[in-house]
Design a protein around this ligand. Structure first.
Ligand code: PLP
Length: 395
């Protein structure tokens, strides 16, 4: 094993802070007993503040994919029409999952360089006079491309069309790193995961559920058992779960929520914005193009950079892993080999970013990728000139 910590700079799973690791490292307790009940009540109410909702948030012992499935099977029936926007690899996977469940998906094609386009969604909804479309599904932060969807614009597209479809949003790689508001933005189901902005190991995922989504669930006929919100919400009322919860991950979740709230969510978001900007400045200095083509939609949790033609991103990533013990995100799906992704989310500070960007710059040199030097310097200049958020400084 190389000395020092591995740099896990993929956009999830992210580095788990020591505080969270220590919180998890405790005896597993009786999940039907009073000690668990206090934990259950604490995390079930705390996680609502992270989603910015007063509605229930269901916590599954599952990866994010499970929560994708849960969002669909709890609200829809076989043959229902669903509109999705192909913002990238994760949107494509959610679409595939929906089709396998027997839903009729209208996947709006995208170029994988921007978030979901509200006008295209609006067009589909207006054309659907009989209201056969039952849900619109978008990915808030497309982890394969580093582009975000402006969810309020998608909400507005539904409202302007006067369309009653549910709005389902994947926030697996944006929750607790990019501003997100389940209630204020009128989202019906928000899907989240533990291993990205929440700084936990993989293994938990979430559905934040609006009243309208719950009501739709009463008539939804896709088969559901393990994922059934109804089964969860009864016991959750008292802090319990219908089956064995991932108790130790819930200890970790309690600690992660405490850390996020000590820093203040606004400061957490500002920290991610700042590190994303520093990363883009480094890219500009290197002469590498950011994949996301719409500046208003730049992701603050990761940046995907395009390789110069004829150069393989995986060769670069391999060289960096071997030489500097740092993992960077690979190009997914149609972007394989063409981009690499720098994760800058979760438990992350200025010097973690500088270690990351220095590793990238040295790697570009070692792998013979044409670039200009000075990206790390450009990031340092930006970080040094632009103050950290106030409360983070005080902490
Ligand atoms: C990571 C991720 C997923 C998949 O989550 P798993 O935990 O791997 O099942 C889905 N959507 C987005 C946007 C992601 O970043």
């Amino acid at each position: 094993m190389p000395a020092g910590r591995h740099f896990l700079q993929i956009p999830g799973p992210t580095n788990v802070p020591d505080r969270v690791l220590r919180a998890i490292d405790r005896p597993t307790i009786d999940h039907r007993g009073p000690e668990f009940q206090a934990l259950g009540q604490e995390v079930l109410s705390g996680i609502r503040r992270i989603f910015r909702t007063r509605e229930p948030v269901v916590i599954y012992p599952a990866s994010g994919t499970g929560a994708w499935e849960a969002a669909l099977v709890n609200t829809l029936s076989p043959g229902d029409r669903v509109v999705m926007y192909e913002s990238g690899h994760f949107a494509s996977l959610w679409n595939r999952l929906a089709r396998r469940l027997g839903l009729e998906v209208d996947l709006i094609p995208g170029d994988w360089r921007r978030g979901a386009e509200a006008p295209a969604i609006h067009e589909r909804l207006v054309a659907d006079r009989e209201h056969r479309i039952k849900a619109v599904c978008v990915v808030h932060n497309e982890t394969s491309t580093g582009a975000t969807t402006r969810v309020p614009l998608v909400r507005k597209a539904l409202d302007d069309a006067g369309h009653p479809a549910l709005l389902l949003v994947d926030t697996i790689s944006s929750l607790a790193s990019i501003d997100y508001r389940h209630d204020e933005w009128g989202v019906d189901v928000t899907v989240g995961g533990s291993q990205k902005g929440l700084m936990l190991p993989p293994g938990l995922s979430f559905n934040a559920v609006s009243r309208k989504a719950l009501a739709a669930g009463k008539d939804a006929r896709l088969p559901r058992s393990y994922w059934d919100w109804g089964e969860m919400l009864g016991p959750n009322d008292k802090g319990f779960f219908p089956y064995t919860p991932a108790t130790n991950l819930l200890y970790g979740l309690r600690e992660a929520i405490a850390m996020l709230e000590e820093e203040g969510l606004e400061n957490v978001f500002a920290r991610h914005d700042r590190h994303a900007e520093a990363t883009r400045r480094a890219a500009a200095a290197w002469g590498l193009e950011v994949l996301c083509a719409v500046p208003e939609e730049y992701s603050s949790s990761l940046t995907a950079l395009m390789m110069p033609a004829g150069h393989d991103a995986d060769r670069l990533r391999d060289a960096i892993l071997e030489r500097f013990d740092m993992s960077l995100g690979m190009g997914l799906g149609r972007l394989a080999g063409k981009v690499f992704r720098i994760g800058h989310l979760g438990d992350f500070n200025d010097l973690t970013l500088m270690g990351t960007l220095s590793g990238v710059e040295m790697g570009l040199g070692l792998a013979g990728v044409p670039h200009r030097k000075g990206g790390a310097q450009a990031a340092m200049d930006y970080l040094a000139s632009c103050a950290r958020p106030a409360a983070a400084k005080a902490a």
